[in-house]
Design a protein around this ligand. Sequence first.
Ligand SMILES: NC(=O)c1ccc[n+]([C@@H]2O[C@H](COP(=O)([O-])OP(=O)(O)OC[C@H]3O[C@@H](n4cnc5c(N)ncnc54)[C@H](OP(=O)(O)O)[C@@H]3O)[C@@H](O)[C@H]2O)c1
Length: 291
Amino acid sequence: MKMLVTGGAGMLAYDVLRVAEQAGHELLAIDLPELDITDAAAVDAYFEDHRTDAVVNCAAWTDVDGAEAHPDAAHAVNATGAGNLARAAASSGAALLHLSTDYVFDGHAPVDAEGRERPYLESDPTGPRSVYGRSKLAGEREVLAASPRHTVVRSAWLFGVNGRNFVDTMLRLASEREAVQVVDDQIGCPTWTGHLAPALLGLLERDVRGLVHLAGSGAVSWNAFAREIFRQAEVPCRVEPATTAQMARPAPRPAYSVLASERPEVLPMPDWRDGLAGYLAARAGFTRASA
Ligand SMILES: NC(=O)c1ccc[n+]([C@@H]2O[C@H](COP(=O)([O-])OP(=O)(O)OC[C@H]3O[C@@H](n4cnc5c(N)ncnc54)[C@H](OP(=O)(O)O)[C@@H]3O)[C@@H](O)[C@H]2O)c1
């Protein structure tokens, strides 16, 4: 299929392009400054000039804390920009797969009939607590309103070779000090972009539409994630516990944002620990290749 990847220079886009190329798709990738998705006329003109069967929108304002100080700019990219792409894709007959986030939830874990915590499903009510989360939720709505052929995938806690991410930050800190403090009261699903990218292409190829939850299987706190990073990387760095209140940041994060899908056509992703192992191997190769 002929596929356009917007935000094509970003972290997730790198693996989407790599996997789509291996699968034999015909690819176009675009990013700032060539195409600004907040510019509706430019987006329309781009679609008139380039026919595509499918679009994967990886373009986004992803600076979660920066969005608190720049709400209009974050909304312009994550909501208006997503809507511009979704309408242009629909008019040109292309399906759009758009990325969203676990930060659309408020973080109060849903409970099952026995009162036990359970993951957030697609049908659970949203309640974003940050500017970023609200802008992404508005984008979801714009995309799904533009066409029944479009897909919105909520994922979480991404790490991949072509972007700044938590795993890299931990490994850098470990090279500078003997111990790190990491919050142990936020639980989520770390997701390797090397696992997410083929899962996204699978959704497009199988025409899975509408809202989908797709993240690394399992659940873990940032603190336990950091410990697993050092264990797998064989780095002798101590991980000390901290609370969210101690590590104050501009944007509030959901305390619990584990995602699962209630849709039978959505295949579960590999465990986050396998994603971490895949990432550490890919990262070593990526560093060598680009050195
Ligand atoms: N990272 C995570 O942990 C995470 C978790 C859940 C969901 N997601 C979602 O997954 C998607 C991909 O995330 P990512 O981490 O791969 O993002 P990323 O690395 O930050 O890439 C986003 C790309 O979009 C570009 N962009 C920003 N504004 C644009 C505009 N107005 N027009 C065109 N392109 C623009 C960025 O360019 P500049 O770098 O020049 O700004 C960047 O190349 C996003 O929708 C994000 O919300 C991410």
